[in-house]
Design a protein around this ligand. Structure first.
Ligand code: PLP
Length: 422
């Protein structure tokens, strides 16, 4: 459920008409709903065993205002870089609610995280373990560590967002887990605290999660028998969200929470989770204006002013986004088919192919739905297009939470070297 609904014939974000924002901010722009973020967070938190840490995956949406909204609800953060760590801390997320994931943490990033005093490092390889040990010892600290285990479970999602099979770069292979924990236990700068697993994203079926968590349970028993202190389980993120209105919806957080509670009840571990998409995807839309309707030989193109530089998911993952006309169409009105494309000079700058939509004309506004996760964070200025600005709505209030850059801003990022007269 989200708070983007038609009211008096206009699509609104909570109490704010998107037409008003388009007028004030210009198009294209991202719009996020506070009530939707809060609702998703609370439904997820309410479904999980008490005391679980919910570490929002900052890579899904790292806007400071979004992070602050979630911090105010009690969220922690899952970060995958020094930059995301800095963002999470700047938004007021307490260091002891931050987990650090990712396969390529550098020594400088490790130092920053140890200095801040984060909750834990989710370590993904033996070389990383050695590097972290060295950094911790230099600083006279012990790093709290889980090892991320790759359970070799197929999450049955898009290949580019699968992370838990033996072919991916993520985690330590299940068969090497005991050996890796054995090695970790010999390192004085490392304090083993638990096990971590994250098998992929946009997972729409509970079975792969359950398989992975059951495997992790077997591992916990073995590791404890080996004498390790396994007090924490980080079960990752990955729960899918509905992108297509008519399809069977993914399992709701309550079903996920019930499964987690059942599978982990005898583990005696403190649980943590790293949801990204589940919290943010349907809490954001990308609003764009139709520039031209171009009648091709075989197709009709709706050329809009948002491009793949603003939202790359369709080009990168073949992902589906619902597209709504901001002015509510009359019931029973025609729905011709359009290829909805952006202005970027790439064939893959395509938001939807052959999509039945209300009749569109130049100047009309459309909302690309479910754009709150992996949207603005992946934006670029390709084609020298300043990325879409971001707006956060709360009730009838709204604020620009990232302004649109000017061309001068873009140009000022570059410097002319001395030999060219700079
Ligand atoms: C991307 C990622 C997440 C978040 O995934 P969602 O599908 O957005 O919930 C969580 N943990 C790790 C380690 C990730 O890489």
């Amino acid at each position: 459920m989200n708070h983007f609904q038609y009211r008096d014939g206009v699509l609104c974000a909570e109490d704010v008409p998107l037409t008003l924002l388009a007028e004030k901010v210009g198009t294209p722009f991202y719009c996020y709903s506070t009530a939707t973020l809060a609702r998703h967070y609370q439904v997820f938190a309410g479904a999980l065993p008490k005391g679980a840490l919910i570490a929002f995956s900052v890579k899904a949406n790292g806007n400071q205002a979004v992070l602050k909204t979630l911090a105010n609800l009690g969220a922690g953060a899952d970060v995958v870089s020094g930059g995301e760590l800095a963002r999470a801390l700047a938004a007021g997320i307490p260091a002891n609610r931050i987990v650090f994931s990712g396969v390529g943490k550098t020594a400088a990033e490790m130092r920053a995280a140890l200095d801040a005093g984060i909750y834990q490092f989710n370590v993904e390889s033996e070389p990383e373990l050695l590097a972290l040990n060295a950094v911790a010892l230099q600083m006279g600290k012990r790093a709290p560590v889980t090892l991320r285990i790759n359970p070799d479970v197929d999450a049955k999602t898009h290949a580019k967002i699968t992370t838990g099979t033996a072919e991916t770069k993520f985690g330590i292979p299940f068969v090497h887990a005991r050996e890796a924990f054995g090695e970790a236990a010999t390192l004085p700068g490392i304090e083993i605290v638990g096990v971590d697993v994250h098998i992929g994203s946009q997972i729409t079926n509970l079975e792969p999660f359950e398989q992975a968590f059951v495997r992790v349970g077997e591992l916990v028993r073995m590791l404890r028998a080996d004498g390790h202190n396994i007090a924490r389980l980080d079960l990752g993120g990955g729960l899918g969200v509905p992108y297509v209105q008519d399809n069977a919806p993914p399992p709701d957080p309550a079903a996920y929470g019930a499964m987690v509670t059942r599978v982990t009840k005898d583990f005696g571990c403190t649980l943590s989770f790293e949801p990204g998409r589940l919290i943010a995807a349907n809490a954001g839309v990308l609003v764009s204006q139709v520039i031209y309707i171009k009648r091709g030989d075989a197709k009709t193109f709706a050329i809009i002013d948002a491009g793949m530089n603003d939202l790359i998911r369709p080009a990168l993952y073949d992902s589906h986004h619902e597209i709504l006309a901001v002015k509510e169409p009359a019931p029973g009105s025609a729905r011709p088919r359009y290829d909805v494309v952006g202005p970027v000079c790439e064939t893959s700058d395509l938001f939807a192919a052959g999509r039945a939509l209300p009749e569109l004309k130049s100047g009309d506004l459309v909302a690309i739905m479910s754009a709150g996760a992996y949207g603005a964070v992946m934006a670029s200025s390709y084609n020298a297009r300043p990325p879409a600005p971001e707006v956060l709505v709360s009730g009838d209030e709204w604020g620009i939470v990232r302004p649109r850059q000017t061309y001068d801003d873009l140009i000022a990022q570059d410097h002319i070297p001395a030999w060219l007269g700079g």
